[in-house]
Write a protein that binds this ligand. Structure first.
Ligand code: ADP
Ligand code: MG
Ligand code: MG
Length: 883
């Protein structure tokens, strides 16, 4: 059909490759059906229909009803049940499914087609009256919530009141007649709230549910999720309508979710949870604590609830075979939803499973090792930014552990912060620069923003596949779920466990790898970078063309970057070395001097310190290239700001506070970003550049003696706009190089290059390359100067720009390829036309952003340079860009 694709009985109109049209869920149901796996028959309404729906004022095309009728007839033929029939009614689920998985973002309606008549037929055909009425009350509750906007709690209140009156504790205490009574009460409640009865006509129910799924594409939750995950609105969602199978038909029925490998560790073992006599989301909702699927997992978890392997061995064996088949077919770890109806297995969903970075690495490396995928595929499968998770600290094993409670190790890594109970509070404290741990009974999609703001998440209910666990793993946030000993009191803002009470604001530490919740702030360890990580990075390095350098000026950063595989320093910001307590006085002396002689005197004091700095960096980088940028920021940044500081400096320098203030006033600028900075300082006070150049060459001589390796020094002149600026500065540098060579008898190989960070420099790159031996694109300033946006002032207006889709992304995070990118590309071309050996790199924040790195590969840069912690991310991103 045009809008409808059917599946079931070993065939399907769609395939797994059609996820753009059928959504991930619909495409994989079709694929599983084509594979001959037991999939309840059904049909998928396409994402194109969703777009049509929105383009036409939330209406449907005229030919849709006939297509749905035909598809329903086909399902009827396969199941022997007819939709809306009073004798043998077909019940269906109505499921949402976008191209990209959006877990829990949109709503599913189960048991649709039930009404006062069909419920009786269901009771008769199943021979289980309790089951039929239980299904009906679930339907009323879900449908009312999702389609009619009558919230859950209305029904939960009725149920709780009823149980209390009857002295029941568990839902399983209720009998058929009890549920029947509740159905009447539920319907009455809906009627009362909406002033019209609960819809009895299955067709009306179906259209209502379809409309609700399409409409959910535009609900606030979905919009937020799309924004956080860069999913275009234009993709739309598909809707799948599928014959119901029942996991709540007694003790031989069950429902569950499973991963073909452990999503936390990557271990190659079936991993999952299920519940006997339950339906749909019961497992993930955390209402009952689920059981393990395999006996091995049960033993490892120390659970006293029997595993699926134990209670239904035949179905279990069938299930294991099916999951293996799916993993082999898809060549990736699968996340599977299934239901067992009276001893028969039904597959309800499969998709590539979300996993932690650690698991992703293990799975990719193992699959490549056995040849299921190639090494390049393994490299391509790891999301570069996810490596961040591995670079997270873990709890120091030697640290004292004051255990407050223990839950499930739902998402690895350690996190610590103040306890907060709501998303609002989490966001508020986060923006005040504080670290928080979000504590909830369970989380729902409304908590996404709070989870983002928190360092980690703790829930008292729910398993390894609960919402909190799935979302936290996706975000790379440590999470402990199902910590059952904890009682949360949202009103009093306290958590209690084993008699210990903690309040909001108290600090706790989560160990997402063991499930422990510890009191206080516990010491942490830096991550281990061997094993699968090292293997995959080696493969990535083999695939990559661009070099990866780091932005570093301290020995610690330089060492960290080397450990993470940096191949040199792409940007050493010398000004950071000027703030050091022991030298800031000399720096200020230099700035405050009235004449060159005074400045030179102060610079002479700074020289040995700078020489030491550079010698140390060259030594650590041991023969790798090091790019040193001459002093860049406006001088006034070094002046004291408070009265007390002023007085201190004046005293130390034997000058007056008044003089200091006068000089500070002279140096004041209205727009320092475009002021007296960069090469302009070297032009006005060449002696500063001379001192720095001398320190570089003397430091290089020293380091060469220590390491025995020749140092390649690259001196970089910032904020150049004309060739003349560069020529003048270069002459000073060359003179210094010659002087030092003469004095020491050692000639240091060096290059002089420039940053391209002004549009004029990009335009005149061909000219500038006559002198410059390398270009480094300073894309932070180049973005500021091209867009005319001050990065430090952008926060107040850039937010709405991204929300309103005016800019695809924050241009200071991801390079504006359309605009700034043109300048980069043009400057690279013009520069190379003049000087074919011109070395090209990038050293803005963009050097560590995967999308921007892909662009750098495209325009043929030689290297990217980024902060030490992003070096592994850049290595992987550069490899993926080259594949
Ligand atoms: P989500 O995208 O939130 O996972 P699903 O559409 O997968 O939503 O539905 C949630 C759960 O509802 C499924 O995991 C499954 O347990 C249950 N479910 C959906 N359709 C059916 C069906 N036809 N028969 C039985 N259970 C179903
Ligand atoms: Mg759901
Ligand atoms: Mg699902």
């Amino acid at each position: 059909g045009t809008w409808v694709y059917t599946f079931g009985d070993g065939k399907a109109e769609g395939t797994g490759a059609m996820r753009n049209l059928l959504g991930g869920k619909g495409a994989n149901l079709a694929e599983m059906s084509n594979l001959g796996l037991p999939v309840p028959p059904g049909f998928t309404l396409t994402t194109e229909l969703c777009n049509w729906f929105y383009a036409n004022g939330r209406r449907y095309p005229d030919d849709l009803a006939a297509e749905i009728d035909a598809a329903l007839a086909q399902v009827a033929a396969l199941t022997g049940r007819t939709f809306a029939d009073a004798k043998a009614p077909l019940l269906v689920s109505v499921r949402s499914g976008a191209r990209a998985s959006m877990p829990g973002m949109m709503d599913t309606v189960l048991n649709l087609g039930l009404n006062d008549e069909t419920v009786v037929a269901l009771a008769q055909s199943s021979g289980d009256e309790r089951f039929a009425w239980d299904s009906y009350r679930r339907f009323i509750q879900m449908y009312s919530d999702v389609v009619l906007g009558v919230e859950h709690h209305h029904f939960e209140d009725i149920l709780e009141d009823f149980k209390e009156r009857k002295g029941y504790v568990l839902d399983t205490d209720l009998e058929a007649a009890d549920w029947r009574g509740l159905v009447s009460a539920y319907k009455a409640k809906v009627g009362e709230i909406l002033s019209k009865p609960f819809p009895q006509d299955p067709r009306e129910q179906l259209w209502g549910a379809i409309g609700a799924v399409f409409s959910s594409w535009m609900n606030a939750r979905a919009i937020t999720y799309r924004r956080l995950n860069s999913i275009p609105e234009a993709w739309g969602t598909a809707v799948t309508v599928q014959a119901m199978v029942f996991g709540n038909m007694g003790e031989t029925s069950a429902t569950g979710v499973a991963f073909t490998r452990n999503p936390s560790t990557g271990e190659n073992a079936l991993y999952g949870e299920f519940l006997v006599n339950a339906q749909g989301e019961d497992v993930v909702a955390g209402i009952r604590t689920p059981q393990n699927i395999t006996e091995a997992a049960r033993l490892a978890a120390g659970s006293d609830k029997p595993s699926m392997e134990k209670v239904m061995p035949a179905v279990f064996a069938d299930f294991v075979r099916t999951t293996q088949r799916l993993e082999t077919h898809y060549r990736d770890m699968q996340d599977i939803e299934f239901t067992v109806e009276r001893g028969k297995l039904w597959m309800l969903q499969t998709r590539s499973g979300k996993r932690t970075a650690k698991a992703a690495l293990k799975i990719a490396v193992e699959m490549a090792a056995v040849g299921v995928i190639s090494r390049d595929e393994a490299v391509a499968r790891i999301e570069p930014s996810s490596l961040d998770q591995l670079l997270h600290p873990t709890i120091d094993p030697k640290a004292k552990r004051d255990i407050f409670a223990t839950g499930l190790p739902a998402s690895p890594g350690a996190a610590r912060g103040e306890i907060v109970f709501t998303s609002e509070e989490a966001e508020k404290l986060r923006s005040a620069g504080r670290k928080v741990v979000l504590v909830r009974v369970e989380t729902s999609p409304e908590d996404i923003t709070g989870m983002h703001a928190a360092e980690g998440v703790l829930t008292t209910r729910g398993g390894m596949t609960s919402h909190a666990a799935v979302v936290a793993r996706g975000m790379g946030k440590p999470c402990v779920s199902g910590a059952g000993s904890i009682r949360v009191d949202y009103h009093a803002k306290t958590v209690t466990s084993n008699g210990v009470v903690l309040k909001q604001g108290d600090v706790i530490t989560l160990d997402g790898s063991t499930g422990e919740v510890l009191r206080g702030s516990v010491p942490m360890l830096e991550p281990e970078l061997s094993g699968d990580f090292a293997t995959l990075m080696e493969w990535a390095d083999g695939a990559r063309r661009m070099k990866v350098r780091t932005n570093a000026e301290t020995p610690l950063d330089a060492r960290t970057a080397r450990k993470y595989g940096a191949e040199g320093i792409g940007l050493c910001r010398t000004e950071h070395m000027f703030f050091d307590a022991e030298r800031i006085i000399s720096v200020r002396e230099m700035i405050l001097s009235d004449d060159e002689a005074g400045r030179r005197a102060a610079l002479a004091k700074l020289l040995p310190m700078q020489r030491r700095d550079f010698a140390e960096l060259f030594t650590i980088m041991s023969g790798l290239p090091v790019t040193i940028r001459l002093l860049d920021p406006p001088l006034h940044e070094f002046l004291p700001s408070t009265e007390a500081e002023m007085a201190d400096v004046a005293k130390a320098m034997g000058t007056s506070v008044d003089k200091l203030k006068r000089r500070a006033a002279e140096l004041h600028e209205f727009n320092p970003m475009l002021g007296f900075r960069g090469v302009r300082i070297a032009i006005a006070y060449p002696e500063i550049a001379e001192m720095q150049a001398r320190a570089v060459f003397e430091g290089a001589v020293e380091a060469g003696r220590v390491t025995g390796k020749p140092v390649t020094a690259e001196i970089m002149v910032p904020l150049v706009m004309t060739l003349a600026e560069l020529d003048l500065t270069k002459a000073r540098i060359v003179a210094m190089a010659e002087a030092v060579a003469k004095e020491t008898g050692v000639t240091v190989p060096y290059q002089v290059g420039t940053m391209i960070e002004l549009p004029r420099a990009a335009l005149l790159a061909g000219e500038i390359a006559k002198t410059a031996e390398f270009f480094s694109f300073g894309t932070n300033d180049l973005t500021q100067t091209t867009l005319g946006i001050s990065r430090d002032d952008a926060a107040s207006f850039l937010g709405p720009y991204t929300v309103k889709n005016i800019l695809a992304a924050d241009p200071f995070v991801t390079l504006d390829q359309e605009g700034v990118g043109q300048l980069v590309e043009m400057a690279a071309e013009r520069g190379r036309a003049t000087r074919p050996t011109l070395k090209l790199g990038i050293c803005g924040e963009h050097g560590g952003d995967p999308a921007s790195i892909a662009f750098c590969e495209k325009v043929g840069l030689d290297y990217v340079s980024c902060s030490p912690y992003r070096v592994p991310i850049a290595r992987l991103a550069a490899a993926q860009a080259a594949l």
